[in-house]
Design a protein around this ligand. Structure first.
Ligand code: FPP
Length: 255
């Protein structure tokens, strides 16, 4: 068993862990975390945002290259207006407050989702955040905001349909690769591992196309409490997974 990395260090010991190049995290359980403490749900989201900053630091130091987090889904608009407003405010605050720390850790920020449909203030945060961080080398934090996996696939299909309409693509030539190439961020590798805290075991419209061969890791810990130890355990368990992509394991195929 590996000795846990020293949290004061800039890089962590990866010992018997496997660190994915691309990781997805569904940040679930903020509401339950707050309710358990007799606090308003908004306190849970605030604690969740604080924990996102910690996750970024830990992932960067473990050597993750792309971290995609689910911060607001296309379905989250159905929540009470007050909660939606608070999540929008938190989004603005997050980058104001934590960008210096993200910069110190070399973390570039990008956004995925139906960004054009968001209020101008939010789009401005996205533009500024991407622009000021674009040369940071260590890790990309990809924030899924107003994101839905189905909507992303529809958007890709529409772009391809435009090419069919223009006569530059024959429908018979449409491939999986073309759909992948027209997703929101086609240069971001599919997540090898997706983590979902808070006990739920579903994908909730997150990275539907990209998760085709992702490994899943679920935990009962609620998102605001999901820390370094849980992340380390996820990477330790991931090291034991046999990813076959529909084929045979390496051992079997040698027989
Ligand atoms: C799901 O938990 C969480 C969300 C809908 C919001 C996630 C947002 C954050 C962690 C912080 C915001 C981050 C940024 C960058 C703004 P839930 O509230 O549905 O939890 P529950 O299932 O316990 O009610």
């Amino acid at each position: 068993m590996a000795i846990l990395g020293n949290k004061q260090e800039k890089t962590y010991d990866t010992g018997d862990l496997k660190v994915p190049v691309s990781l997805g995290v569904i940040m679930d359980g903020n509401g339950r975390w707050a309710t358990k403490r007799h606090l308003p749900r908004s306190a849970g989201h605030r604690a969740g945002a604080e924990n996102l900053k910690e996750l970024c630091r830990n992932c960067g130091r473990y050597g993750v290259k792309y971290l995609t987090v689910y911060a607001f889904s296309t379905e989250n608009w159905s929540r009470p207006e007050g909660e939606v407003d608070q999540l929008m405010k938190l989004f603005v605050e997050f980058f104001d407050r934590y960008d210096p720390e993200l910069a110190e850790e070399g973390i570039r920020v990008r956004f995925t989702g139906d960004i054009e449909a968001l209020p101008e203030k939010i789009r401005e945060v996205c533009r500024t955040g991407e622009e000021r961080s674009k040369d940071r080398p260590k890790m990309q934090l990809i924030v899924a905001f107003n994101y839905g996996g189905r909507r992303e696939i529809v958007s890709s299909c529409r772009k391809i349909a435009e090419q069919v309409k223009a006569g530059t693509v024959d429908p018979a030539d449409i491939t999986e690769q073309m759909i992948a190439d027209n997703l929101y961020l086609p240069d971001v590798p599919d997540p090898e591992l997706i983590i979902r805290p808070s006990g739920e075991q579903r994908i909730s419209n997150f990275l539907l196309w990209e998760c085709a061969y992702s490994e899943f890791w679920v935990s009962d810990v609620l998102w605001p409490d999901f820390g370094y130890e849980e992340l380390t355990q996820a990477f330790r368990d991931y090291a034991l997974r046999d990813r076959r992509f529909g084929g045979l394991s390496k051992k079997e195929s040698k027989k």
